[in-house]
Write a protein that binds this ligand. Structure first.
Ligand code: NOJ
Ligand code: CA
Length: 565
């Protein structure tokens, strides 16, 4: 960051102070799909080490890596059986240390995925807990004794049979909001919390810089397990999580881990209201630091189409709510959804690159910490998986059985799954045009997208106008200009059907962002905007402006500095 900009930034910030995790650009790595170095078909830490220079070349400053701990891998590592060990698939603890050191020496911070709403059934705590009713680990999980009858219904996100699983050994049911192999930990138990803080300290002492708290809004539950009124299922997050005592636990965690080690933490999910989100992350609360809401994900449902007006409304209302206080993550893709360009852009050959560049311009020019999912800096797309036999994801398979039991039209269901499934976002990184896209010397754990011959790092390195090089330019632009990090956001001509236009303003600096979300040329009239300088970034050569009318080509994205202040 250029210092002079940041002097403005600092003096322009009244409530919350500057922070590296606000100024950073985050890159998310799904480790089993990034780079395989030992020829087993799975990505590994040595693969990340091999690609450190690539990561540095992107300009990103933070890496969040999905889980790599000891695990039976029912949910690809979101079912942890040993929180302080490394699954051999990824390498050893020495490899982890070398990877962390390699990132740090390049100025890249590391964000650890902490999966403590639940563990794996193979965790020693659960093995003990299920062994007898008077085991000292019994209260580490939620149990319902069968002599009390069937427990009040609780739905499960992955398991069509519901969230209570009968366990014969002790004649009781245990609770699992996700798969039955992911029993929920009992956060009301202070011993559980103390164990978790020790785990977090272990990683903090290793030098990780931040945490991403998986499914954390569900950690605290009403453990009397009352029957809930009809209609509660429409507000899953409200009923299943965000109990008031969650905040006590977060404050405790802050005191024990976050503050002493000067870390930060992101809450995955942020309740159902803005107030919920603020209560999780506002600075003076001393809980978490960054809110990661799902509204942007939910704009797109089962088909690749959405209203630009909804897109604008979601980002505008969240920005408005966070303009004075709190901090947001800005993302459009991750390991739980389909690919960025397939979901929000246009993956047709003529528009794939342009629309990905447009979306990356958006992500990197909003207020909030931008998150880029590996491969989206290239415009990697969804894959085609029309039949259920190809799916390995516990969530996809659960949804399939649920739909079948409900008598849904399964042809329609498969169409939706093919578009929406999170397997789309987990295919191997496309490094080059050699066999298996340069990801592995053997058949990878998940099939490579056949478009790798065309969409790959090596090809895009050579092309100054590629999606990759545009991404790099955009990252640099953000790093050079504090206005893109801290500046106020103001939407312009909100009703425009094709173009998303907004300004970012910090003290005497003002940038205008213009994004055409349509596949045709479109004109916007902005009488309130004067003094447009030549674009700082543009995914076309030309930029057409006649008086106050600007015409953008299909998926054109540009940012200009304004001089009217
Ligand atoms: C959210 C994670 O992002 C997802 O991948 C996982 O399956 C669930 N939490 C359960 O841990
Ligand atoms: Ca490997």
């Amino acid at each position: 960051m250029k210092d002079n900009n940041y002097i403005h930034a600092q003096s322009g910030l009244e409530k919350d102070a500057r922070a590296w995790w606000k100024e950073g650009v985050l890159y998310q790595i799904y480790p089993q799909s990034f780079k395989d170095t030992n020829g087993d078909g799975y990505g590994d830490f040595k693969g990340v080490i091999e690609k450190l220079d690539y990561l540095e070349s992107l300009g990103i400053t933070m890496v969040w890596m999905n889980p790599f701990f000891g695990s039976p891998l029912v949910d690809n590592g979101y079912d942890v059986s040993d929180y302080t060990s490394i699954h051999p698939r990824y390498g050893t603890m020495e490899d982890f240390d070398a990877m962390l050191e390699g990132l740090h020496s390049r100025g890249i911070k590391f964000v650890l995925d902490v999966v403590v709403n639940h563990s794996s059934i193979e965790h020693v705590w659960f093995q003990q807990s299920r062994s007898s009713r008077d085991n000292i680990y019994r209260d580490y999980y939620h149990w319902w004794p069968a002599e009390k009858g069937t427990p009040p219904f609780r739905d499960s996100i992955f398991d069509p049979e519901g969230a209570w699983q009968f366990d014969e050994k002790t004649n009781a049911y245990y609770l699992h909001y996700f798969a039955k192999e992911q029993p929920d930990l009992n956060w009301e138990n202070p011993k559980v919390r103390a164990e978790i803080y020790e785990i977090m300290k272990f990683w903090a002492q290793k030098g990780v810089d931040g945490f991403r708290m998986d499914a954390f809004q569900y950690a605290s539950k009403d453990t009397t397990f009352p029957e809930w009124p009809k209609g509660h299922e429409k507000e899953y997050d409200k009923w299943y999580g965000m109990r008031p005592q969650l905040h006590d636990y977060l404050k405790e965690m802050y005191k024990e881990v976050i503050e002493p080690y000067q870390l930060f933490a992101v809450a995955e999910g942020s309740g159902t209201t803005f107030q919920d989100a603020h209560d999780l992350v506002d600075a003076e609360r001393n809980e978490l630091q960054v809110a990661y809401h799902f509204d942007c994900r939910d704009i797109v449902k089962d088909v690749p189409s959405y209203q630009l007006s909804d897109f604008k409304a979601v980002f505008s209302k969240w920005d408005d709510s966070f303009k004075d206080k709190g901090w947001l993550a800005i993302y459009l893709s991750n390991h739980d959804v389909s690919r960025l360009v397939s979901r929000y852009g246009n993956s047709a050959p003529a528009f794939r690159s342009l629309s990905t560049q447009m979306l990356n311009t958006f992500l990197l020019s909003m207020r909030g910490t931008p998150y880029t999912y590996y491969g989206d800096e290239l415009g990697m797309t969804n894959i085609d998986m029309p039949t259920i036999e190809e799916y390995v994801d516990v969530s996809a398979i659960g949804d399939y059985h649920r739909a079948k039991a409900a008598g849904e039209d399964m042809t329609e269901f498969m169409k939706k799954l093919n578009f929406n499934s999170r397997e789309n976002g987990r295919t191997p990184m496309q490094w080059d045009a050699t066999v298996n896209a340069g990801f592995s010397s053997v058949k990878p754990w998940k099939k490579v997208n056949e478009n790798y011959l065309e969409i790959n790092v090596e090809a895009q390195e050579k092309d100054p106008k590629s999606v990759l090089n545009h991404f790099r330019k955009m990252v640099q632009l953000r790093k050079d200009h504090a206005v893109l990090v801290y500046g106020d956001y103001q939407i312009l001509d909100e009703a425009h059907p094709d173009i998303y236009a907004y300004t970012r303003t910090l003290k005497d600096k003002q940038f205008l962002v213009l994004l055409n979300f349509s596949d045709t040329e479109s004109t916007i009239t902005l009488p309130q905007v004067v003094g447009i300088l030549k674009p700082l970034i543009n995914n076309y050569d030309a930029f057409e402006i006649i008086e106050d009318r600007i015409t953008l080509q299909a998926y054109q994205a540009t940012i200009c500095e304004l001089t009217n202040l």
